[in-house]
Design a protein. Structure first.
Length: 290
């Protein structure tokens, strides 16, 4: 099954009508626009030319049969395919150099194998998904804003080969995604990675009877909790608490011991510091889960 990028949403909401349906265990391809809705194609296309009512589109939503409120949705990222070039921008007021930036600039990065050519340099391709989520529990949330349902988390660990666990807050889960990056540094400090169109192949699976703190990621060798809040401080506290909770539920460790283990071997990292909520993550080697 394939979902065309014509099915773009700008809010994650229970009110969104599903554009496709599948069973738990199915594989689905999402075609995705870049975050500028594919309108920045050359270095003369600057941010102020972008229609801000149409930024950060997510493709979907996909209704997964049998996904009920309180379940978890496991999303295996099987592959990410990218267009041949992407765009990254600077503009006054945008990102963490906001007040220092005096003019708009767009840089086009060309993909050549595993390398991006930009700024007369070669940067390794590090494909990732910026926006991925289910519908939020309460009111609609812009696709530019991350929270407990996922959304615009801009986490470099949401890449090929991982499993992302999201909450099911409405029947069918209503999964949507977009905002691929060919590369992005932790923090996404200017507000964009190398923004690029592409397609993502995922396998979705409904996980019943699990009360685990979402969103979280399982990679080949790590477990990663994610949280998005108004400040990095709040998001950081939440990812630590969520990892401690995963440890106490999955191992025989007490909360005190879980905290001590995280203090010795857990890594608190920044995903992005430029969106309406900031996203942090805590990473722990899987071997500590017994
Ligand atoms: Ca983003
Ligand atoms: Ca982006």
């Amino acid at each position: 099954m394939r979902i065309s990028k014509e099915h773009a949403i700008y809010e994650m909401s229970k009110e969104n009508k599903a554009v496709a349906r599948c069973q738990s265990g199915d594989t689905v391809i999402f075609e995705t626009c870049d975050c500028f809705h594919d309108t920045v194609k050359s270095e003369t296309d600057v941010v102020s030319s972008v229609d801000f009512d149409r930024v950060n589109p997510a493709t979907g939503p996909l209704y997964i049969e049998d996904a009920e409120v309180g379940d978890l949705l496991k999303v295996d990222i099987l592959s990410i395919k990218l267009d041949v070039q992407g765009a990254v921008v600077a503009a006054p007021g945008l990102g963490r150099l906001a007040n220092l930036i005096e003019k708009e600039q767009t840089v086009i990065g060309k993909i050549s194998g595993d390398t991006i050519k930009a700024l007369n340099r070669e940067i390794p391709v590090n494909k990732m998904i910026g926006v991925i989520g289910t519908t939020p529990k309460d009111e609609a949330v812009s696709t530019g804003t991350p929270h407990d349902h996922g959304g615009n988390m801009d986490c470099i660990e949401i890449r090929e080969g991982i499993s992302l666990y999201l909450p099911v807050n409405a029947e069918g889960a209503l999964l949507a995604m977009g905002d691929l990056h060919a590369c992005m540094g932790d923090g996404e400090v200017m507000g964009s990675g190398l923004e690029i169109a592409g397609e993502v192949e995922v396998r979705v699976e409904v996980v019943k009877d699990k009360k685990l703190p979402t969103p979280f990621i399982e990679t080949e060798d790590k477990v990663i909790t994610l949280a998005s809040r108004e400040t990095m401080e709040e998001a950081g506290d939440l990812v630590i608490r969520n990892m401690a909770q995963l440890l106490t539920e999955k191992t025989a460790l007490s909360l005190e011991e879980a905290g001590i283990l995280l203090s010795m071997a857990g890594n608190l990292k920044v995903c992005q510091v430029v969106n309406p909520n900031k996203t942090m993550r805590m990473e722990l080697d899987k071997k500590y889960f017994d």
